[in-house]
Design a protein around this ligand. Structure first.
Ligand code: CA
Length: 227
């Protein structure tokens, strides 16, 4: 992980300094922007490997910055937010954020999430084509297809679908999904799985296609064909 470049966009000097120091201590190279506009220009001139993005920023807010970053690249985006509400979270995920951290946070947790995002975004060595029913997933290009229909996935949606497709017809518990997709214990912030499953369903069930990702109540989820 040595030398990966992180762009931190945070207007609160105290938090920015604290996070910057911690990231540098872990061996990352860090650029700090104090507002969205300068964050975007840094990202454009010198593309980072990961972005830590505060939601509440002067001028362009974090959501808008997230959308613009996402329009330009697949860089992993970790959003910092004081908003711990499902609707806000969905907005952020819609805007293309890969993960969330609610303020106030422990610095160790931020580090764990940064490491998890880097681990997730490291390309697979040998591309494979995974198939289940009429779903196809190319682990090289990260493209998914339902029949001939191409499906655009965000980084996390891809990870989740890949996990299901590598374990077809097996019930995956929420703990297993957290561990494999997010790389750490998510604790109480568990509704993020529901949010991602909902997105996967929206994307894989267009045109009345049969459901493939099923809920197993109180346990988790399973990829299987309709019975
Ligand atoms: Ca702020």
């Amino acid at each position: 992980m040595a030398g990966e470049r992180i762009l931190l966009i945070e207007d609160e000097a105290r938090i920015a300094q604290f996070v910057e120091r911690a990231l540098i201590y872990e061996g990352y190279r860090v650029s700090v922007a104090r507002d969205g506009q300068s964050g975007l220009s840094i990202a454009r001139d010198n593309p980072p490997d990961l972005v830590v993005l505060d939601w509440m920023l002067p001028g362009l807010d974090g959501l808008e910055v997230c959308k613009r970053l996402r329009a330009a690249s697949e860089v992993p985006i970790l959003m910092l937010t004081a908003k711990d509400d499902i609707k806000d979270r969905v907005l952020g995920l819609d805007a293309g954020a890969d993960d969330y951290l609610v303020k106030p946070f422990e610095i160790d947790e931020l580090m764990a999430r940064v490491r998890a995002l880097f681990r997730r975004s490291t390309p697979q060595s040998k591309p494979e084509i995974l198939r289940f029913a009429d779903l196809t997933l190319d682990t090289g290009t990260h493209r998914a297809y339902r029949g001939d229909r191409a499906i655009d996935l965000t980084a996390k949606e891809y990870e989740l679908l890949e996990l299901f497709m590598r374990n077809p017809r097996q019930v995956l518990t929420r703990d297993v999904i957290f561990d494999r997709v997010w790389g750490y214990d998510f604790g109480g912030e568990s509704n993020i799985i529901e949010v991602y499953v909902r997105y996967l369903r929206q994307k894989t069930e267009q045109n009345n296609e049969a459901r493939l990702v099923h809920t197993v109540r109180g346990v988790g989820y399973v990829l299987r064909e309709e019975e």
